[in-house]
Every structure is written in structure tokens, then in C-alpha cells.
Design a protein around this ligand. Sequence first.
Ligand code: 7TS
Length: 407
Amino acid sequence: MTYDVAKIRRDFPILGEEVYGNPLVYLDNGASAQKPSAVIDAIRHTYEHEYANVHRGVHFMSQRATDAMEGARETVRAFMNAADTKEIIFVRGATEGINLVASSWAEMELKAGDEIILTEMEHHSNIVPWQFVRDRTGAVIKVAPINDAGELMMEEFEKLLSPRTRLVAITHVSNALGTVVPVADIVRMAHDHGAKVLLDGCQAVPHIAVDVQALDADFYVFSGHKLYGPSGIGVLYGKADLLNAMRPYQGGGEMINVVTFEETTYAELPYKFEAGTPHIAGAIALGAAVNYVTGIGLDRIAAHENDLLAYATERLREVNSVRLIGTAAEKAAILSFNLGDIHPHDVGTILDREGIAVRTGHHCAQPVMDRYDIAATVRASFGLYNTRAEVDALAASLRKVQEIFGA
Ligand code: 7TS
């Protein structure tokens, strides 16, 4: 079956919008992806046909909402190949998932001198929570370096592992560089040293089929909104034995068994970690997003995006002052670059007038910018609906930027 990108584009109403009289060219999928009608319809359907609070009502509509939400949990479980739905915790997003593990696992488990290994290419969401842990426990953060291409230096990483290593927290795909990290090797090496591994899958799940059991990841997080689902909903996967031993993250309704003023017992997984009324429609619509993506097939999406990445890399290399930042052998469809000495914000602003949406800045990965001794990059991040024609539009507009700046 051929990949019918024109047909796929019709699933995304927003792609019909115009920006300053130009068709929208949306190349900011790494920040957040657009939503197919299947997801928008799921939100609408929820509120029109199956909405009430979940897990509490004896009444029909509450049961229907609960069934829909738990159905979405099963959809996510299958998507990640988790062993059990109780290992799928709905959270606000990757940021909350990482903070949950930092607070409920690391702060309880780690003591002074224990080590956490990060890499130079982490998103701030996978740095700052571990600094909280460091400051509260006396644990030490070690940082594994990347090479000029933006690849993790595996030998240097391995040298950091020791009996003191308790946790390796690492991105599966770098949001600033596009690097795909060999996480299966990382997990194996970390486990050989008795350390747990948290994988930040934000930029991976839209592009790569993830099997948490095959990876043997201890924790895996991602955000719904980068996977064509709603914002405000995401997933923390954790192995059941770890989650069971962890303290709750927040206290409140839904997460309890019995409450008295003296003592409270907690609910079973996954509810122990889902205090308060959850993002019901968001969870249901995330299930719709997963079904949409798996309906097309991640292998076919990956093939399409890899073609786009190769094509875009070639077209951009032809623009003489383009300097690509992140040229790893294994990359997802993310292109970070600078255009001569032109400030990325100026590039982004001119591209915007042409209808082309890119992100400019440090991409919440300031250590990556420090590594390359730059302040910012322009980043084009591709999704399943982008086309070669859009890549051509990007390249043409970059030439225009060069002309404007006399570069
Ligand atoms: N981890 C990675 C690798 C990310 O790319 C992001 C968001 C996050 C964590 C945080 O996700 P959130 O949904 O909890 O905010 N990355 C980006 C980006 O590249 N541009 O905007 C957000």
C-alpha cells in the first residue's frame, strides 16, 4: 500500500488554514503536532455521548466514561507493549511523568553519593527534576557527553557506570538534534550495574515503534500532544513492582482506599498515582490518537519521515550558509540548523511570513546549545503529514532569508 500523504493531510483540518495568505507549512511537530479529525471527534464524542466523572458513579454515564477511559488505557498499553494496564499511569505529560518518578521513586531510594547519569542532550524536563533530587538527597549528577555529530559517546557513557549508579535518565530521541539513542544497549549496560533506567520517549513515540518490555525500560514517559493527541495528557509507564513500592505523588480523591484523619490506605495501581479527577476526554482522545497512528502504521510513518529527512537534509545542504546541528547516523525527522550568522529568530520570523512554522531558540535543551557554542538554532521537525513540497518551500524561503540579509 502506498503512503497517500494527500489523503492523510485531509485528516488534519488545520492544514487547510492559510498564514499571511500562504498555505500553512507546519514544521514544528517536535513542539506539538496537529490533530486529526479522529482525535477532535473523540473529544467531541466524549462530551456529547459518554461524559461524567469516572470511577465513582454507580450511574450509567459514569460507567460509560470509565469504560471509555479504561479502554484508552488498554490502547496505550498495547501501543507500548506494557505487560499490564496497571503499569500505564495517565499524567499531564512527560514533564509530570519525570517529576513523578523523581519525587516518588528517586527521592525515596537515593541517598548522598548515589549517582544519576544524564546526557548532554536532555530536554530541561529531564534535567531539572533530577537537580531537585540531587539537592534533596545529596545524590550526584553525572553527564554523558555527545560527539560533534550529536551521538552519545557510548564508551564515555560506559565509563560513568559504577556500583554508585542508581539511575540512568535519558532521552530516546533528542528534540534538539534528532539523534536516536541506542536505548536498548543503554538499558542493558545500566542493568548490568544494578541501575534503573528512565527513558524520555517524547520525540520517539511519534516516529518509532516502542516496546517497553523488549527494551526492558524501568520507566518510559511521553506526552500525548506530540503524538497527534491532546495536550494536558501523557503517559508514565513503570514496571509494576517499582510502581507498587513507590509512595504516591499527590494525595486526593481517586488515589485512596480508606481515609481517616489518622491514616490513609492507597488505591491499587494505576489509581494510586492518579489523584483527582483526570483529563477524561484527553485520555480518551489520546487513545484515538494512538489508534490513528497505528492505523497508518509506525513503520510506514517512519519510512515516510526518513525519506523526508534525507530529502530535506540534501535540500538544506544546497543552501550554502546552512550549518546543520545534529548529523547523527541514526536520526528521527528533526533538522536543527543555523543560517550563517543570521539570528535564528530573524530566520524564524521571515519564514513565518511565508507561512512556514518552525521553532527557533534553545529548544529547552540549553546544554546542547552550550555543547555547540551557539545560542539557538532553527528547527524544522517533520510529522506524518509533511511533504517534499513543504521541504522545497522551506529551502526556497531560506534562500530568500539569505538574500534579505545579503548573505
Ligand atoms: N522531553 C523531550 C525530549 C521533549 O522534546 C519535550 C518537549 C519534553 C520532554 C517535555 O514535554 P512536555 O509535553 O511535558 O512539555 N519538547 C519540546 C520541544 O522540543 N519544543 O517544545 C517542546
